[in-house]
Design a protein around this ligand. Structure first.
Ligand SMILES: Nc1ncnc2c1ncn2[C@@H]1O[C@@H]2COP(=O)(O)O[C@H]2[C@H]1O
Length: 237
């Protein structure tokens, strides 16, 4: 028959191995509350079990483990609750990165800055590498391909989302067509951010693919309208 100390010991082993296993399987993140809490629970249970068979060195490890877990939980809590976002940042994050954790959202916002641009300012040059990702908070831009303005883009949209992560050439030249407030993050800073925080990559991919999709649908609509208008014009002999 197991006594309470032995049950606590088995429980500790279960939570130690379970949390480490879930970490290795990618289910838990090393800097999450859950991982730290499970480690704290495991260490606490093993510590209780030691009162049956005392071992000083194991006790030191368990007490240190509990202390480090509390410090980890406190660090994440403080970082998360002390972070402040401006209204513009909140709008950007809510519309394009709703599932991004506050700590990572802050890092993303810190990778760039907000600008007030004037008519004619260039964001990208067709064929040249995209130096920065931009997000339009207000105002608008002309999308120029081969000297023709093929589209106009307004608030809430990205510019440079197609090539900024791959350092590929810009698919269009983009210039402000009115005074515009925009967020701009250098492509290199974004690539560094993703290298150091791989968890951010899927959020960027999702945001960019959603934006590209809506632009493609708008372009298709314009193309369809243009083709229909061309068909409607009677051919001259
Ligand atoms: N048809 C289009 N409609 C809206 N935006 C476009 C269109 N073509 C290009 N762009 C934007 O112009 C940007 C130029 O740099 P990127 O190719 O990285 O990303 C491109 C898009 O953000």
């Amino acid at each position: 028959m197991l006594d309470y100390y032995q049950i606590a010991g088995y429980g500790g082993v279960f939570f130690y191995l379970g949390s480490y296993g879930l970490l290795q399987l990618g289910v838990l993140k090393g800097n999450s509350y859950t991982y730290a809490a499970l480690n704290m629970l495991a260490a606490g249970l093993v510590l209780v079990s030691l009162f049956r068979n005392w071992n000083l060195f194991s006790a030191i490890i368990q007490i240190s483990w509990i202390t480090l877990s509390i410090m980890g939980i406190a660090r994440v809590w403080v970082l998360t609750n002390m972070l402040r976002f401006s209204d513009e940042e909140k709008t950007l994050l809510a519309s394009h990165f709703p599932a991004l954790r506050a700590i990572e959202a802050k890092k993303l916002m810190d990778a760039g800055a907000w600008y007030d641009g004037d008519v004619g300012d260039a964001l990208t040059e067709q064929g040249a590498p995209v130096d920065a990702l931009s997000y339009l908070a207000s105002g608008g831009v002309d999308i120029d391909v081969g000297g023709q303005i093929i589209a106009q883009v307004g608030p809430g949209q990205f510019i440079g989302e197609m090539a900024c992560m791959s350092s590929g050439p810009a698919s269009a030249s983009v210039r402000l067509n009115q005074p515009t407030r925009y967020f701009s993050a250098p492509s290199e800073a974004l690539r560094r951010l993703v290298r150091r925080n791989p968890d951010i990559a899927p959020h960027l991919d999702l945001a960019f693919s959603g934006n590209i999709r809506s632009k493609l649908m708008a372009t298709n609509t314009v193309l369809e309208r243009t083709m229909k208008a061309r068909e409607a014009v009677p051919a001259r002999d």
